[in-house]
Design a protein around this ligand. Structure first.
Ligand SMILES: NC(=O)c1ccc[n+]([C@@H]2O[C@H](COP(=O)([O-])OP(=O)(O)OC[C@H]3O[C@@H](n4cnc5c(N)ncnc54)[C@H](OP(=O)(O)O)[C@@H]3O)[C@@H](O)[C@H]2O)c1
Length: 319
C-alpha cells in the first residue's frame, strides 16, 4: 500500500510504498482510510516536536481519521501514539477507540472537524464543571479550533462569548458563529484593552499561551471588579509560545485557577465517551470546520498548502 512517510524530521512526508500493517489483537481491525486531517498536532508529530514524540523513524503520521472496516461500517477512529498512522491507504485501528458514523456522513468534514472541535468540547465537558450562562473568552479565536470553540461554547450554554484574534477578516465572521463580541489581538495596548474587555469572564479557552496569555491574564486580574469571583483559565494550545511568564501576583490577587486540557490530562475512556455526541453535531452540520481535501499522493503539496491556508487540509487516499 501507499502512505505518507516521514524519513527525516526536517522534511515533509513523501508518498511511498510501505508494507500493509496487520491487526495484532482481538479488537484491532484493518480499515481503508477515507480521510485523515492534517492538524497542528500531526504537523508536530511529523517534525518530531510534539511532547509525545519519540525519535522513531520512518513514521507514517496521522492521529485520527475516518475509515471503513471489514464489517462495512464507516468509523471515526483515534489512534494511539504510533509510527503507523492514519495518513495511509490502510491503517490498523482499535475498534474500542472508534465510533460508528451514519453512512451518510461526509468523511472529509468529520476528519477536518473532530480534532479542533474536541479541544473545546473536552475542556468544557471534562476539565471543568461548566455552567450555562457563564461568560467565556476564546483567546485565539480565528484558527479552526478557536472558531469551533466559539460555536461549542454557545452550544453548551455560554451566556456570552468574547472572541479575540489577530486576523481582522476572520474575526469579523465570528458573530455569525455565536460570538457576542470580538476584540482584535495585536501587541501592547491591544492586550491591555482585551484584558479590560474580558475582566468579567468566568472561563478562558486559551489557544495562544506565550506572551499574550501572560499579558491578558495580568490585565484581566487587574480589572476584575470582584477578584474573589472564580476565573478558570484553560490552557489548550500554544501557537504564540510554549512558555508564558505568569506574574505570581495574578495567582494571589484573584481567584484564578490555571489548568490544561489535552492528551494526557483526560483519560482515554472519558475522551471516547464524548466522541459520539460531538461526531453527531459534526455529521449533522451543527458544527463545521472549513475543510480542503487533498489527495494523499500529493502529501508534499498538502504540507506546503496547510502552512498557507486557514482551511483544515484533509488527506484523501482514494482521490
Ligand atoms: N489541547 C487539545 O486538546 C487541542 C486539540 C486541538 C488543537 N489544539 C491546539 O490548538 C491550537 C490551535 O489549533 P488549530 O487547529 O486551531 O490550528 P489552526 O487552524 O492552524 O489555527 C491556528 C491559528 O493561530 C493563530 N496564531 C498563530 N500564531 C499566533 C500568535 N503568535 N498570536 C496569535 N494568534 C496566532 C492564527 O490565526 P491568525 O492568523 O488570525 O492570528 C492561526 O489561524 C494548536 O496549538 C493546537 O495544537 C489543542
Amino acid at each position: 500500500m501507499y502512505a505518507a512517510v516521514v524519513t527525516s524530521f526536517d522534511a515533509p512526508p513523501r508518498y511511498e510504498h510501505v508494507p500493509t500493517p496487520r491487526p495484532g489483537g482481538p479488537d484491532q481491525m484493518l480499515v481503508d482510510v477515507l480521510a485523515a486531517g492534517l492538524h497542528p498536532r500531526v504537523r508536530s508529530q511529523a517534525d518530531g516536536s510534539h511532547y509525545t514524540s519519540t525519535a522513531e523513524l520512518p513514521l507514517v503520521p496521522g492521529i485520527d481519521g475516518v475509515g471503513r472496516g471489514p464489517d462495512g461500517l464507516l468509523r471515526y477512529f483515534v489512534l494511539p501514539d504510533t509510527a503507523v498512522g492514519a495518513m495511509a491507504q490502510r491503517t490498523v485501528i482499535d475498534a474500542r477507540r472508534s465510533i460508528v458514523l451514519p453512512d451518510s456522513s461526509d468523511p472529509v468534514a468529520v476528519a477536518a472537524a473532530m480534532n479542533p472541535a474536541m479541544s473545546c468540547w473536552l475542556a468544557l465537558r471534562q476539565r471543568i464543571r461548566f455552567e450555562p450562562g457563564q461568560r467565556v473568552l476564546v483567546l485565539g479565536a480565528t484558527g479552526n479550533a478557536g472558531r469551533l470553540a466559539v460555536q461549542i461554547a454557545r452550544l453548551l450554554g455560554a451566556g456570552a462569548v468574547l472572541a479575540a484574534g489577530r486576523d481582522a477578516g476572520r474575526l469579523a465572521a465570528l458573530p455569525a458563529l455565536g460570538a457576542t463580541a470580538t476584540v482584535p489581538l495585536g501587541g501592547g495596548s491591544d492586550l491591555a484593552a482585551l484584558g479590560r474587555a474580558a475582566a468579567e469572564v468566568d472561563v478562558v479557552l486559551d489557544y495562544l499561551w506565550g506572551e499574550p496569555a501572560a499579558a491578558v491574564m495580568a490585565a484581566v486580574v487587574t480589572d476584575r471588579a470582584d477578584r474573589s469571583r472564580p476565573l478558570t483559565w484553560i490552557q489548550i494550545g500554544s501557537v504564540a509560545g510554549p512558555t508564558a511568564a505568569i506574574p505570581s501576583a495574578a495567582l494571589r490577587a484573584a481567584r484564578l485557577d490555571i489548568l490544561g486540557s489535552g492528551q494526557g490530562s483526560i483519560g482515554n475512556r472519558d475522551i471516547l465517551a464524548e466522541l459520539p455526541a460531538l461526531a453527531d453535531r459534526i455529521a449533522t452540520g451543527a458544527l463545521a470546520a472549513d475543510a480542503r481535501a487533498v489527495p494523499l499522493a500529493e502529501v508534499e503539496r498538502a504540507w506546503a498548502e496547510a502552512a498557507r491556508t486557514t482551511e483544515r487540509v484533509v488527506l484523501v487516499p482514494s482521490a
